[in-house]
Design a protein around this ligand. Structure first.
Ligand code: FAD
Length: 459
């Protein structure tokens, strides 16, 4: 996908999310200044426009069939860093990767990072992303001190936490306007290494018991879960939990380069895909992989020093890894159910295991308090995310049934991962949806900001 500059005539190009399902054609415009962004919004035309960051939303959130998509990565300036207090002001198109490159040597880290650092600040606010530290730190927007929003009337408004405009924009999937820049509070670190504890859980109940008992001791926590294991092993998992390593935990050689950040890259996935025999992602091979992954993890290990990319972003080492799923792409399904709804979680895990869909990227974690964003995803409870190759027979029906179960348990699915939810379940999942719609109607009466996601779900 390549973008035109704002002053060249843009031609429709196919645009997809990271899952590569449901592409749609849009005019891709790449503004480089706030004025160019405003001009692009003014010239949106009848099918409107939507902001896009690095396209890491799995579904159709940053697509706009027949309209304009504003590629915000051209607005990429870090404007101000206060290295004393740990505050940065940057354009919305700056990636978390870039922030890490610049800020880690100064002893600062982003307050929340998802499983990839290839997301923009605008995308992080638009989806109000969460990380392995949600139970301690909440979602990304909790660390945003202010943001500049270009609204449908062409005005640039400053949105502050605690205001309706802010709470509609945090998690608002780009539908309140285009975020131009943001001021973020950072997290202080002494090193760029992580001190990591790893342990195995024999089944889902064992996993939930371990997470419940000891998650509060860790800033970061996540469990990889084997969704192909059945019977007594259903839900067996490997927990990895950690904290930024303090300087005095490093051996002398590493201490001399304590804040170094030099992520390694492997060959890109098309290259790997050529080496991968057909059917690698079939059930048998993923079962074998999961078995290997579970067994290779230590039963219990504490204080292992890991590089930051290995702990947070292992997949970023393989460019375009999403292509390994082939042309059909893949679906990422992520839901949350509240504490007290453990039976729903057990039922869903058993159902997925019973179907035997080949999923080797499945993670479970606990969320802390819910976030102020009206459409923010996290609520206190259990969240499970899994990748499944698209187009498997029976997949649509299973996920529809899981949606019902999730909604019935008072839970919700994550819009940044979604490509298939039916609109009638949305209001039950997001009780502040009416407020969001009302503010949007007031701010943007002509419906300038639209996406494939917003059309599909009548957001
Ligand atoms: C490997 C991988 C791991 C992931 N792990 C996690 C995770 O742990 N936690 C999590 O929460 N998410 C996770 N995600 C999802 C990802 O963090 C979000 O989808 C994020 O929004 C992507 O940011 P982006 O810059 O690529 O935005 P895009 O995908 O391009 O857009 C996402 C949404 O943000 C809006 N948006 C983008 N820029 C702007 C802007 N300037 N102004 C207004 N709206 C804007 C878009 O309109 C769209 O609705 C993961 C994704 C991948 C591929």
């Amino acid at each position: 996908m390549s973008a035109e500059t704002a002053d060249a005539p843009p031609l429709p190009v196919p645009v997809t999310g990271w899952g590569r399902t449901a592409p749609s054609a849009a005019r891709l415009v790449r503004p480089r200044t706030h004025e160019e962004a405003a001009a692009a919004v003014r010239g949106s035309g009848a099918r409107g426009s939507i902001a896009r960051g690095l396209g890491r939303a799995y579904g159709d959130a940053a697509q706009n069939a027949g309209g304009a998509v504003l590629d915000m990565t051209g607005l990429d300036r870090i404007r101000r860093i206060d290295a004393e207090t740990g505050v940065v002001v940057c354009d919305a198109g700056v990636s978390l990767h870039r922030l890490m490159e610049v800020l880690l040597p100064l002893g600062w880290f982003v307050p929340v990072t998802p499983g990839t650092r290839q997301v923009t600040v605008g995308g992080a606010i638009g989806a109000d992303i969460h990380g392995k530290n949600h139970h301690v730190s909440g979602s990304f927007s909790r660390h945003v001190l202010s943001l500049e929003l270009l609204t449908a009337d062409g005005e640039v408004r400053t949105a502050l936490p605690g205001t309706d405009l802010f709470d509609a924009t945090a998690g608002g999937m780009g539908l309140t306007g285009v975020i131009l820049s943001a001021e973020l509070r950072l997290h202080h670190v002494e090193t760029s290494l992580m001190s990591v504890d790893t342990e195995r859980a024999a089944d889902l109940d064992d996993l939930m018991a371990r997470l419940t008992a000891t998650d509060h001791r860790y800033r970061y926590s996540v469990a990889w879960i084997d969704l192909l294991a059945r019977g007594a092993a259903t839900g067996r998992a490997v927990l990895t939990r950690g904290e930024h390593a303090p300087l005095d935990a490093l051996p002398p050689r590493a201490a001399r380069r304590a804040l170094e950040f030099r992520p390694r890259r492997l060959p890109s996935a098309p290259g790997l895909a050529g080496l991968v025999p057909d059917g690698l992602l079939g059930r048998t091979s993923v079962t074998l992989f999961n078995e290997f992954w579970y067994r290779r993890a230590p039963r219990s290990r504490t204080g292992e020093l890991q590089r930051l990319p290995a702990f947070f972003h292992p997949l970023d080492g393989v460019p375009h890894w999403n292509r390994i799923y082939g042309r059909g792409g893949f679906v990422q399904y992520q839901f949350v159910v509240g504490y007290g709804q453990e039976d729903a979680l057990r039922r869903i895990v058993r159902r997925i295991a019973h179907h035997g869909f080949p999923s080797f990227l499945a993670v479970l974690k606990r969320f802390g308090d819910g976030d102020p964003g009206w459409l923010s995803f996290p609520v206190p409870g259990w969240t499970l995310a899994l990748d499944i190759p698209a187009g498997l027979p029976g997949l649509g029906a299973l996920l529809d049934a899981l949606d019902e179960d999730v909604a019935g348990a008072g839970g919700r699915v994550y819009l940044a991962k979604d490509s298939r939810l039916r609109p009638e379940l949305l209001a039950a999942m997001y009780p502040r949806l009416d407020r969001f719609r009302a503010l949007r109607a007031e701010l943007d009466p002509r419906g300038v900001f639209v996406s494939d996601l917003s059309r599909r779900l009548s957001l």
